[in-house]
Design a protein. Structure first.
Length: 301
């Protein structure tokens, strides 16, 4: 069985249709269909059940999918190790990231590492925290950076730290010169928040409940970048991780204010890799670049 055929087959199994696999792979649907038919002929079995809503792997297809997934991971590992013979001259680094890190930390780390190693390419996928871990565990990303949820044995944690929540304001905001803001100050100003399904909102809501404070956001968005124009063009505040917009704060385009609350507003953050996988040299180098930009890990110094 050829690698190409297995890759096409696995993409159909994941997406549920040849059309979706064609769009994801940027390969003609006829070529994918032909490869799947060749596999079925070679194995003398049906690999998919064709249903009105898509294609579902048959029992034989499920077995082949497990084999194909492991085989492709091993193939990528061999390619990466061969690439290591040429140092950091070439290769692809795949990063899965929670949105809070994809706004600033990850792209800045990519820019710095690429400047030193221009032959490397990067692929960043932005997902909710749990899906970052799932992608890393499946071997679909080399590294994941995410807000920590419940402990998991699916991945290896390469970095374990914490990050505080901050109130972001425009430089001309009435609180811009304050050393910190009280959680109880926030209802006095227009506030922009992420949606309730995010770790930031859950931590913030728990802290407000602890103090009996009610904050009715003027703007709620499931995309953090959508909150920034509101802050720049209003007398409002947005709640974000201290790491999410480090560059605009350094450039004095925004002001980042610590928040004093009775309950902790810190969230755990992790950098993860697939368990028992030996990371290629380029990925290990980028890992150092990435973690150098993060707060010291728990227990350090």
């Amino acid at each position: 069985m050829q690698i190409t055929g297995l890759r096409y087959f696995l993409t159909v199994a994941r997406t549920g249709s040849i059309a979706a696999a064609s769009a994801q792979l940027n390969v003609a649907a006829s070529a994918i269909s032909r490869q799947v038919a060749n596999l079925e002929a070679e194995l003398d079995c049906v690999l998919f059940e064709r249903r009105p809503r898509g294609m579902v792997p048959s029992p034989a297809g499920e077995l082949l999918a497990q084999h194909a997934h492991q085989m492709l991971i091993r193939s990528e590992q061999v390619v990466a190790e061969i690439g290591e013979l040429q140092g950091l001259a070439r290769g692809l680094i795949r990063v899965a990231s929670s949105e809070g890190f994809a706004l600033d930390i990850v792209p800045n780390a990519v820019a710095s590492f690429h400047a030193a190693h221009p032959g490397l390419r990067f692929e960043v996928t932005v997902l909710p925290p749990a899906q970052v871990t799932q992608m890393v565990a499946a071997g679909e990303a080399d590294l994941g950076i995410t807000f920590a949820l419940a402990p998991t044995t699916q991945v290896e944690v390469l970095y374990d730290g914490e990050v505080d929540m901050r109130a972001l304001a425009a430089p001309d905001h009435p609180l811009a010169r304050a050393k910190l803001v009280q959680l109880s100050d926030l209802p006095n100003y227009p506030v922009a928040l992420s949606t309730r399904d995010t770790t930031l909102r859950q931590v913030f809501d728990a802290a407000c409940l602890h103090e009996g404070i009610v904050v009715e956001p003027v703007l709620t968005a499931n995309n953090l970048a959508s909150l920034l124009p509101f802050v720049r063009n209003s007398r409002g505040l947005a709640l974000m991780s201290a790491l999410s917009v480090r560059t605009p704060v350094d450039l004095n385009a925004l002001v980042s204010l610590p928040i004093r609350a009775r309950a902790s507003l810190a969230r755990g953050i992790q950098v993860q890799a697939m368990r028992d996988r030996r990371l290629p040299r380029a990925v290990r180098g980028f890992l150092r670049q990435l973690t150098d930009a993060l707060p010291p890990p728990k227990g350090a110094g």
